[in-house]
Design a protein around this ligand. Structure first.
Ligand SMILES: C[S@@+](CC[C@H](N)C(=O)[O-])C[C@H]1O[C@@H](n2cnc3c(N)ncnc32)[C@H](O)[C@@H]1O
Length: 265
């Protein structure tokens, strides 16, 4: 069983999530849709949909009738359902998908596999609900390397507080390297698993825009920042600003994701 915080670290509003990590979501979703070769007429599942960045992009290709989405975080499910009328959005975990076998042509998961309580069970379920010959694919951040925002954040945090290393997503997140993803897909019974990198960008008005979105966002980085006293949080803020080396505003940050794709036998 994974030690990751699962749905618990996403007790937040969809708007707060969208300002923080959601900023990168639409661009990453378009990349994942391209990698999975999603095409008109197919039916797709978004497993771990959050407020719906991937489901929204899937609707652009498949229409709302062609898309279903699940997530265990109730405010995200509500936000996704409101944002995307006609999409079948349900409160559920990937480990227990509420769909019969072979329901979809493609099952996708964006930035969620590493938050599942049991990622192998979640991916096996994604395979089960996908028809023979269909596609199962996912994207996760390269937390240990080139997800700039989170990498710089945790480097700053650990430099001020060595105990922050325990929370550093670059160390704590499972299934966030090409080898682990390839093995996860193969062991779930998916054929010809292939992993590739995609780099996306997000824009920030200025450093305050970035810090506010992180401080009031969701997930492990926000949880860590919120756990600090005001004084230590201010030190972390200054250290992050220094490490980002920003010279102008507005600015853009890049984020690298690992994307894995495999076929159902
Ligand atoms: C970083 S967010 C990604 C949300 C969305 N896919 C996106 O790209 O913006 C991680 C999501 O995984 C969801 N999650 C946590 N545990 C899960 C599980 N066992 N099965 C499916 N999703 C899960 C969380 O509720 C959260 O919405």
């Amino acid at each position: 069983m994974s030690k990751t915080p699962g749905a618990a670290s996403f007790r937040t509003s969809a708007e707060a999530y969208n300002r923080h990590i959601g900023r990168y979501g639409s661009a990453l979703a378009r990349a994942l849709i391209e990698i999975a070769n999603v095409s008109v007429g197919q039916r797709a599942l978004d497993a771990g949909c959050g407020p719906g960045a991937l489901a929204a992009e899937l609707c652009q290709v498949l229409g709302s009738n062609g898309v279903a989405a699940i997530d265990p975080t109730a405010p995200f499910v509500e936000a996704c359902a409101q944002r995307l009328p006609g999409v079948d959005v349900r409160l559920a975990t990937a480990e227990e998908l509420p769909f019969p076998d072979d329901s979809f042509d493609v099952a996708l998961s964006q930035l969620a596999v590493n938050f599942m309580r049991e990622p192998p069970a979640g991916v096996r379920e994604m395979r089960r609900v996908t028809r023979p010959g269909g596609t199962v694919a996912a994207a996760v951040w390269d937390y240990a390397g080139e997800m700039t925002l989170l990498r710089r954040f945790w480097d700053a945090a650990v430099s001020l507080d060595p105990e922050a290393a325990e929370s550093d997503e670059g160390r704590s997140m499972p299934y966030c390297t090409p080898d682990e993803l390839e093995r996860l897909w193969r062991e779930a019974g998916l054929q010809t698993p292939a992993v590739s990198a995609r780099v996306v960008e997000a824009e920030y008005r200025d450093f305050d825009d970035l810090w506010q979105s992180l401080e009031h966002g969701s997930g492990p980085s926000t949880a860590y920042a919120s756990s600090l006293s005001p004084g230590r949080r201010a030190e972390l803020r200054d250290e992050l600003r220094r490490r980002l080396g920003l010279r102008e505003a507005p600015f853009r940050l890049t984020a690298r994701a690992w994307c894995v794709v495999g076929r159902v036998a």
